[in-house]
Write a protein that binds this ligand. Structure first.
Ligand code: URA
Length: 433
C-alpha cells in the first residue's frame, strides 16, 4: 500500500477501505507521510465526498491515534455536550451545572478558542485561581464527589486530528462535511461519555452556513456516534447573531452567572435549558426532553444550579467570590461605545465579524499560542429586530489598547445592517435530530 495509489483511488471516485484510511491516519500522525501527499488526499474529499462508511472509518482511526478516557469509574450514565462553535456561545457553562444539579454525572473535556470563536477553557480561566488541568484520578474523583468537572483536553486525545486540522487550516480544506464530522467525533468518542448532545450551529457565524448543510453534518455525526454505541441527540441552532449579549471571556462568564441567577438573556436561557433537558433525558433521569427541560428549569429557578457552579469553581481552585462580586474578574482599563449609524431596525448581523471585533479587542487569538486579554470583548445593547435611533449607543467594547478598540468598533459597526422594515427574527432552535 502506498499514498500515491490511495490518492489516485479516491481522486478517480472510488471508496477507500478501512486499511487504506488507517494507513493514511497512522502514517501521517507518525510523520511518515509528507504534508503534500496528505493535502492532496484531503482535497480529493471535495471532489468525491467521503461516504458514511469512510467517515466512520476515518473517525475511528483518528480516535484510536491517541489515548481514550475511561469514565467507567464514574457511576451513572455519563453525558457529554458539544457545540460546533459560535460567537457568544457560553451554554456549556450553564447547561452543565444545571444537568449536574439534576443528577447527571458530567465529565467534560473542553477546548480553547481559535480565530473568531470562543473556547470554554479560556472563559473558565478568567476566574481567578481556576485550574483547568487535573490529573485523571482527580478529574474522575471530582465527578464522583460533586457530579461535575470541566478540564482542558489533554494533548494526547486524537493527536491525528490535531495534525490533520492544522494542515486543513492552511490548505483551504476545513469546511468539508466528512472532515468536520470525523474531527469533532474522534475527540468526542475518545472522551469516553455514554451519550452526547451535539449543538450544530448554522448561519453566518458558523462553519455551516445553511440549515441543509447543518442537518447533513448533524446526521452524519449522529450516525458515527451511534455506530460507536453512543446515545446521540443533535440540535440544529441559529448562529445568525451572537448568543446572548456578551462576547469575550470574563464578560461571557458574568452573563453565565447572571443566567444561573435566573436573570440572563432569554436566548441563552432557552438554549441552555434545552441542552440541559436533553442531557437529563439521555442520562435516564427524565422520560422525555420536555420533562428534562422542566427539571432543568426547576434547578435553575431554585438556585441549585448556581450552588453546583459554586461547588465546581471552588473544587478547581477558582474564587467563587466572583459570583457575588464581578469586580474580581480581570477588568478592562478602556471602554468605547459604538453608536448606531442610522435610524431603523437591525435586520442582520454579520456574526463572524462580531467574533472578529471581539478578537481584535484582545479576546481571541490570531495563532494558537497567542496570549489573550481575558477582560476584552463586547456587550451588545441591540440585536436583530430591535429599533435603534441614529447616535444611540448599541454596543460597548472593552479592552486595554485604544487603537485595537477603535478598530474593533469599526469592524462591529460594519457588521450591522439597519433598515426601515421590521425583519423576521430567526428561530433559535431549528431542528432536533
Ligand atoms: N471543530 C472541530 O473540532 N473540528 C472541525 O473540523 C471543525 C470544528
Amino acid at each position: 500500500m502506498n499514498m500515491y495509489d490511495i490518492i489516485y483511488k479516491k481522486r478517480t471516485g472510488n471508496r477507500l477501505n478501512r486499511e487504506e484510511i488507517y494507513y493514511f491516519v497512522e502514517g501521517y500522525t507518525k510523520g511518515q507521510i509528507p504534508d503534500y501527499q496528505a493535502s492532496a488526499l484531503l482535497m480529493t474529499f471535495f471532489l468525491h465526498p467521503l461516504t458514511d462508511g469512510e467517515i466512520v472509518d476515518l473517525t475511528t482511526a483518528m480516535c484510536q491515534s491517541g489515548d481514550t478516557v475511561d469514565l467507567s469509574p464514574i457511576e451513572g450514565i455519563k453525558v457529554d455536550k458539544h457545540s460546533t462553535g459560535g460567537v457568544g456561545d457560553k451554554t456549556t457553562l450553564i447547561a452543565l451545572p444545571v444537568a449536574a444539579a439534576c443528577g447527571v454525572p458530567v465529565a467534560k473535556m473542553s477546548g480553547r478558542g481559535l480565530g473568531f470563536t470562543g473556547g470554554t477553557i479560556d472563559k473558565l480561566e478568567s476566574i481567578p485561581g481556576m485550574k483547568t488541568t487535573l490529573a485523571e484520578e482527580e478529574f474522575l474523583a471530582q465527578v464522583n464527589r460533586l457530579g461535575l468537572s470541566i478540564i482542558g483536553q489533554t494533548t494526547n486525545i486524537a493527536p491525528a486530528d490535531k495534525k490533520i486540522y492544522a494542515l486543513r487550516d492552511v490548505t483551504a480544506t476545513v469546511d468539508n462535511l466528512g472532515l468536520i464530522a470525523s474531527s469533532v467525533m474522534s475527540k468526542k468518542l475518545a472522551a469516553g461519555a455514554d451519550a452526547i448532545v451535539l449543538d450544530v450551529k448554522c448561519g453566518n457565524g458558523a462553519f455551516m452556513k445553511s440549515a441543509e448543510d447543518a442537518r447533513a453534518l448533524g446526521k452524519i455525526m449522529r450516525t458515527v456516534g451511534r455506530t460507536a454505541g453512543k446515545n446521540m441527540v443533535v440540535l440544529i441552532t441559529d448562529m445568525n447573531q451572537p448568543l446572548g449579549n456578551a462576547v469575550g471571556n470574563s464578560l461571557e462568564v458574568i452573563e453565565v452567572i447572571e443566567t444561573l441567577k435566573n436573570k440572563g438573556p432569554a436566548d441563552i436561557r432557552l438554549l441552555s435549558l434545552t441542552l440541559a433537558g436533553t442531557m437529563i433525558c439521555l442520562g435516564g433521569l427524565a422520560e422525555t426532553p420536555e420533562d428534562g427541560f422542566r427539571k432543568a428549569e426547576e434547578a435553575l429557578e431554585s438556585g441549585r444550579a448556581l450552588e453546583k457552579m459554586t461547588a465546581f469553581l471552588t473544587a478547581q481552585g477558582g474564587d467563587a467570590g466572583v459570583i457575588q462580586d464581578y469586580g474580581k474578574f480581570p477588568q478592562a482599563k478602556e471602554r468605547r461605545a459604538v453608536l448606531a449609524a442610522d435610524t431603523g431596525f437591525i435586520t442582520a448581523i454579520n456574526t463572524e465579524a462580531v467574533g472578529s471585533a471581539s478578537q481584535r479587542a484582545g479576546a481571541g487569538r490570531e495563532t494558537k499560542d497567542d496570549p489573550i486579554d481575558l477582560s476584552a470583548g463586547l456587550l451588545l445593547q441591540a440585536k436583530i429586530g430591535d429599533r435603534v435611533t441614529k447616535g444611540q449607543p448599541i454596543a460597548e467594547i472593552f479592552g486595554n489598547d485604544t487603537a485595537k478598540l477603535e478598530n474593533a468598533a469599526e469592524i462591529y459597526s460594519a457588521a450591522l445592517r439597519i433598515e426601515n422594515t421590521l425583519p423576521i427574527c430567526p428561530p433559535l432552535i431549528l431542528d432536533v435530530l
